[in-house]
Write a protein that binds this ligand. Structure first.
Ligand SMILES: *Cc1c(COP(=O)(O)O)cnc(C)c1O
Length: 371
């Protein structure tokens, strides 16, 4: 990691990652899973929160199996956790066989071409791979027909020595969605093809809302990081807090506009705080305000304020007119998401999901760990 890109010089935004909350969230997932093993999805730098701190803390909590997306993420995770089971979700990438062997990474194989290329490069000497079978997402994974053919191909299966069969849920965060029942049914058929092989189907939403998806191993991601995955996720604790410093306070007369495009007109004499975060820090541009479309909320000292005008590359403005005197001060920190303003609330205001906001936190944002 290039530490120069993770500044400790205070200036712009800061992200605080609460490792105690992360630990509590993993334990809550594990308690829900009961006798089923609870893994962790730590792809995309642990959903933007920083794999270097997150993965060792999950290990300490008791997590032994981890999912990353790419071989490079797997190499980084292996350096942090020498004894963890590490699965690489994004199929087999040609040329990475030696790297999987050297770092004891487990491939997640989702096509017959994946399987052939993997066997050709590793000669069956790799850690036991996972078979990924598609049950409705139509993204990665063997088709049911391919799974049937593979199950009948004893030689190939013997060469492959898979250690897990898995699939991925498309709609588990929407408890009433019929897709989940269909995927549960299809996955039962998949497991019947590979008797004796452990199975894994559940993401966070599957684990929390659909007990029938738990099988032998659950793979929560967003629930660990405090994001929503449908109802009842409120019991998960906030892990990530993004804050920005107040750079300047100004009084804007009624009728004036704020920010680029003169997009939002102030309707009353307004006290505006200009904050040190913008879309280059991963704060979504679509969270800004415009005439007729209010911006997202932020918070100062636990009290809500509203974005006013567009989000710039490095700056955003909030309306602090209604705050008690002294709360909005030059240099004070404003919560953009965290315990008061949930990441999913900001995401909804910006037309996206909490996952994207977490994974997008920019490289110039200062990182702090709390515990
Ligand atoms: C990202 C991912 C997960 C974790 O999903 P969450 O919704 O964050 O719990 C699990 N399995 C696969 C295959 C994934 O890609």
């Amino acid at each position: 990691m290039n530490t120069a890109l993770r500044p400790t010089i205070p200036a712009g935004g800061r992200l605080t990652v609460d490792l105690a909350a992360l630990d509590a969230n993993w334990r809550a997932c594990a308690a829900t899973a009961g006798s089923t093993e609870t893994a962790a999805a730590v792809k995309a730098d642990a959903y933007g929160l920083g794999m270097d701190a997150v993965a060792p803390r999950l290990w300490r909590a008791g997590c032994r199996t981890f999912f990353v997306a790419t071989p490079a993420e797997g190499v980084r995770l292996r350096a942090l956790l020498p004894d963890a089971v590490v699965y690489v979700l994004n199929g087999f990438c040609d040329g990475t066989g030696p790297l999987l062997l050297a770092h004891r990474l487990r491939a997640v194989l989702g096509s017959l071409d994946d399987i052939d290329a993997f066997l050709a490069e590793t000669g069956g000497a790799a850690e036991p791979p996972a078979l990924h079978v598609d049950t409705g997402m139509n993204r990665l994974g063997l088709t049911m027909g391919e799974a049937v053919a593979l199950a009948a191909d004893g030689d190939r299966l013997a060469a492959l020595r898979p250690g897990l069969v898995m699939s991925h849920l498309a709609c588990a965060d929407d408890p009433g969605h019929p897709m989940t029942a269909l995927q549960i049914e299809r996955f039962a058929a998949v497991r019947a093809l590979f008797p004796g092989l452990p199975g894994s189907l559940a993401n966070s939403a599957g684990l929390l809302h659909h007990p029938a998806t738990r099988h032998d191993l659950v793979r929560p991601g967003i629930a660990l990081y405090g994001g929503a995955c449908g109802p009842a996720s409120s019991r998960m604790r906030t892990v990530a807090t993004l804050e920005a410093r107040i750079l300047q306070l100004r009084d804007v007369p009624a009728g004036e506009t704020v920010g680029y495009g003169a997009g939002e007109t102030v309707k009353r004499p307004t006290r505006v705080a200009v904050l040190s975060v913008g879309y280059a820090d991963g704060y979504p541009r679509t969270a800004g305000g415009a005439d007729g479309r209010p911006g997202a909320d932020a918070a100062i000292g636990g009290r809500r304020v509203r974005l006013i005008g567009r989000v710039s590359m490095d700056l955003v403005a909030v309306d602090v007119t209604d705050l008690p005197d002294g709360l909005a001060r030059r240099g004070a920190f404003v919560e953009l998401f965290g315990p008061t303003i949930g990441v999913d609330e900001v995401a909804a205001a910006a037309g996206t999901i909490g996952y994207e906001l977490l994974a997008s936190v920019g490289r110039r944002v200062e990182r702090r760990l709390a515990d």
